[in-house]
Design a binder for this molecule. Structure first.
Ligand code: DX5
Ligand code: ZN
Length: 212
């Protein structure tokens, strides 16, 4: 069964506790936390301080997506703040093995992310160390963008050509009308921001994605 990871990016941060309770009651298994630094992407969200606060509010699996230039420096802080999984982008100019070591040293799982324009085969040297690979289905930075179906073949390449055995996640533009294609392509985890938090009835929204 596919896991749904609502992205807090589209939630109302003025009532974070209720928002999290709402998607928990609605059947979400994971919570997706989008961290942006204003450099790697042209938007700024939140840091480890907020992740720590969220950790105190929920037992949901915290999936922390770092869209930041310097994960080697900051990723361990997100792991220490209570993230269960910390993912970082292949496109940053750092040694992935060192970032993975730093995340694992703080007791979290590590994963890597590829942007829509990036050749997924470039992940090959580190795949055996990735608990999860996140394939972006929008250009990262903002919620509410349109799903890019052309990225789906990356999941097939990961499984069939590269023999990747870990979890596969898609992020960006996932909604009831795109979820079936995501599942068919082999996704284990679907991130959904606006398709969950911009709906009145979150349980219904999550169910609509799951059963699509
Ligand atoms: C995009 C983020 C996504 C975003 C998804 O930069 O990584 O997680 O919140 O939002 P939707 O589901 O609205 O495309
Ligand atoms: Zn994300």
């Amino acid at each position: 069964m596919v896991r749904i990871a609502p992205s807090l990016l589209s939630a109302d941060f003025g009532k974070l506790r209720e928002e999290i309770e709402d998607v928990t009651a609605g059947g979400a298994e994971w919570l997706h936390l989008d961290v942006m630094d204003g450099h790697f992407v042209p938007n700024i969200t939140f840091g480890p301080f907020i992740v720590r606060a969220i950790r105190r509010l929920t037992e949901l699996y915290l999936d922390c997506h770092l869209m930041i230039e310097d994960p080697l420096r900051y990723a361990p802080q997100f792991a220490a703040a209570g993230a269960d999984l910390v993912t970082f982008h292949l496109e940053v100019d750092q040694d992935p093995a060192a970032v993975i070591d730093a995340i694992e040293a703080e007791g979290a799982k590590a994963g890597m992310v590829v942007n829509p324009a990036t050749d997924v085969r470039l992940l090959k040297p580190w795949l055996d160390r990735c608990h999860l690979v996140l394939v972006m289905s929008v250009v990262p930075g903002f919620g509410g963008q349109s799903f890019m179906p052309e990225v789906l073949e990356k999941l097939t390449i990961l499984r069939e050509e590269l023999g990747y055995k870990g979890l596969l996640e898609l992020d960006g533009g996932v909604a009831p009308d795109t979820a079936a294609a995501c599942k068919a392509a082999g996704a284990d985890v679907l991130v959904a921001g606006s398709a969950v938090f911009k709906k009145q009835d979150r349980a219904k929204a999550i169910q609509a994605i799951r059963t699509a």
